[in-house]
Design a protein around this ligand. Structure first.
Ligand code: ZN
Length: 403
C-alpha cells in the first residue's frame, strides 16, 4: 500500500479494510484485495486480526458459480455503540446505534438552547447515555448535529442564531465534561450524510438535501463527500437573497429565501392577513389549508413556487443526481408540491430538467442518526484523511478490540 514503518502500514491496512467492510460489507476477501490493491496474504492476515478482535465476522456466503462459495465478511454490529444527538432550539433528540447504524435506543428531552446554563443541562441529559456500564458496549463517541455554522477546519466553534450560540466551543466543552470524543457538524450536513450512507442517496455520488421548516437548510454532497467550503459555512441556502427589500430575516438582512418560505415567515404572513391569531402556529395554518381555506392554501403555494425556483438555481449550479426535500416543513408538502414543481420546471436550465427530486419524509430520529454517522464514519476513515476528533474515536475502538 504505502511505504513507511511496518506498524504504520499495518494500522493503515487495518483501518482501510475495516472502513471498506463498514461501508460496503458484507464483502469477500478477494473483493477487499481487489478494491484496496492489497495482496491476498495481507487481507487474510488483517481480516484474521479483525475477527479475533471481535469487530468483524463471517456473515454470509456469496452464491457460487462452481468451486467453493466465497465467505463474506461483515461488521459485528454490537461490538461498540455510538451516540447521535440533534440539538434544536427547544428539544434534543438522540439515538444510540451499533456499528451497523442499527438504532438500539432513542431518547428525547425538552431543552432550552438559549438559557445561560444550556450546556450544563446538555451534559446532564447526555451523561446517562454515555456512562460506561458492564452490561452494554462502550460508546465510541457522540456526534452532535446543530443548526448553525460549525468551523470544522478551524477551532470547531459553533455559531447559531437559532440556538443563540456565538463562537461556542460546544464539542470541546462536552468532551471535557463527558469524557468521550464529541464530533460536531451542521445538522443538515449530518442529515445529508445519513441519506448518503443509509438512505435514498446510498447509490448516489452527487446529492443535495434541502430542508424546510423552522429555517431552510442545504447539505451538499459532491463526489460522495460533504462540501463545507473554506470556513465551514457552505450550504447557507436559506440566506440567499431572493427579493429586494423583502421581509426581515433572522440573519439581519432583508428578502432571504428563509424569510419567504420558512415556517415563521408563513405564520407572519398569515397573521398579517388575519388568518391566524397571535400565538397560533404553523400547525393551525396547515389545518386551515388542508380544510380547504383558499387563502391559507395560497400561502403554502406561494412558498412552494419560490422554493422551486430557488432549488432550480441549485440544480443549475451543481447538476446533482438527486435532490432530497426534507425537514419538519414537509408536513405541508401536499400543499406546496404542485407549485414547487412548476417553479422548478420554469427556472431550471433545460438540459438539466430531468433531475430527480424526491420527498424524504421528516423524521427527527433520522437527523440524530446522521449525527451518529459522524462517529461511525470516524471509525472507518484512514489516518490520512481524518479530522481532529476522529483519532480519539478510533483509539476507543482499539480499546474495545485491544488491537
Ligand atoms: Zn437571512
Amino acid at each position: 500500500m504505502r511505504n513507511g514503518s511496518p506498524n504504520l502500514v499495518r494500522d493503515l491496512n487495518r483501518s482501510a479494510v475495516l472502513r471498506l467492510i463498514g461501508r460496503e460489507g458484507p464483502i469477500s476477501r478477494t473483493e477487499i484485495a481487489r478494491r484496496l490493491q492489497l495482496s491476498p496474504a495481507t487481507v487474510t492476515a488483517v481480516s484474521r486480526d479483525l475477527i479475533s478482535a471481535g469487530l468483524v465476522d463471517v456473515v454470509d456466503q456469496a452464491p457460487s458459480k462452481g468451486g467453493r462459495p466465497a465467505l463474506l465478511l461483515g461488521l459485528v454490529g454490537g461490538a461498540a455503540h455510538a451516540l447521535g444527538v440533534k440539538v434544536a432550539a427547544d428539544h434534543v433528540v438522540g439515538v444510540r446505534v451499533d456499528l451497523d447504524a442499527q438504532v438500539v435506543d432513542r431518547f428525547e428531552h425538552p431543552f432550552q438552547a438559549d438559557r445561560p446554563d444550556a450546556l450544563d443541562r446538555l451534559v446532564e441529559l447526555l451523561e446517562p447515555h454515555t456512562a460506561t456500564r458492564a452490561d452494554s458496549p462502550l460508546v465510541l463517541g457522540i456526534g452532535l448535529g446543530v443548526p448553525g455554522v460549525v468551523d470544522v477546519g478551524g477551532h470547531n466553534l459553533v455559531d447559531s442564531p437559532m440556538l443563540g450560540w456565538h463562537a461556542l466551543a460546544v464539542g470541546e466543552l462536552l468532551e471535557q465534561r463527558l469524557g468521550v470524543p464529541v464530533l460536531v457538524d451542521n445538522d443538515v450536513n449530518t442529515l445529508a450524510v445519513a441519506g448518503r450512507l443509509y438512505g435514498r442517496g446510498r447509490d448516489v455520488e452527487h446529492l443535495l438535501t434541502v430542508t424546510i421548516g423552522r429555517g431552510v437548510g442545504l447539505g451538499i454532497i459532491i463526489g460522495g463527500n460533504v462540501y463545507r467550503g473554506a470556513r465551514g459555512g457552505a450550504g447557507e441556502f436559506g440566506h440567499v437573497a431572493v427579493v429586494e427589500d423583502g421581509p426581515l430575516c433572522e440573519c439581519g438582512k432583508h428578502g432571504c429565501l428563509e424569510a419567504l418560505v420558512a415556517d415563521p415567515a408563513l405564520v407572519l404572513r398569515a397573521r398579517g392577513e388575519s388568518l391566524l391569531e397571535q400565538g397560533e402556529s404553523i400547525e393551525r395554518l396547515r389545518a386551515l389549508a388542508e380544510g380547504g381555506d383558499l387563502r391559507a392554501a395560497r400561502i403554502f403555494a406561494d412558498a412552494g413556487r419560490t422554493l422551486g425556483r430557488a432549488v432550480a438555481g441549485l440544480v443549475n449550479i451543481f447538476s446533482p443526481e438527486l435532490v432530497l426535500i426534507s425537514g419538519e416543513g414537509t408536513q405541508a408538502w401536499p400543499q406546496m408540491a404542485p407549485s414547487f414543481e412548476r417553479g422548478l420546471a420554469d427556472a431550471v436550465f433545460p438540459p438539466l430538467r430531468d433531475v430527480a427530486v424526491e420527498l424524504d419524509p421528516w423524521d427527527d430520529e433520522k437527523w440524530a442518526l446522521g449525527a451518529a454517522a459522524l462517529v461511525l464514519r470516524a471509525t472507518f476513515v484512514t489516518a490520512l484523511d481524518e479530522q481532529s476528533s476522529d483519532h480519539s474515536v478510533r483509539a476507543r475502538l482499539a480499546r474495545v478490540a485491544s488491537l
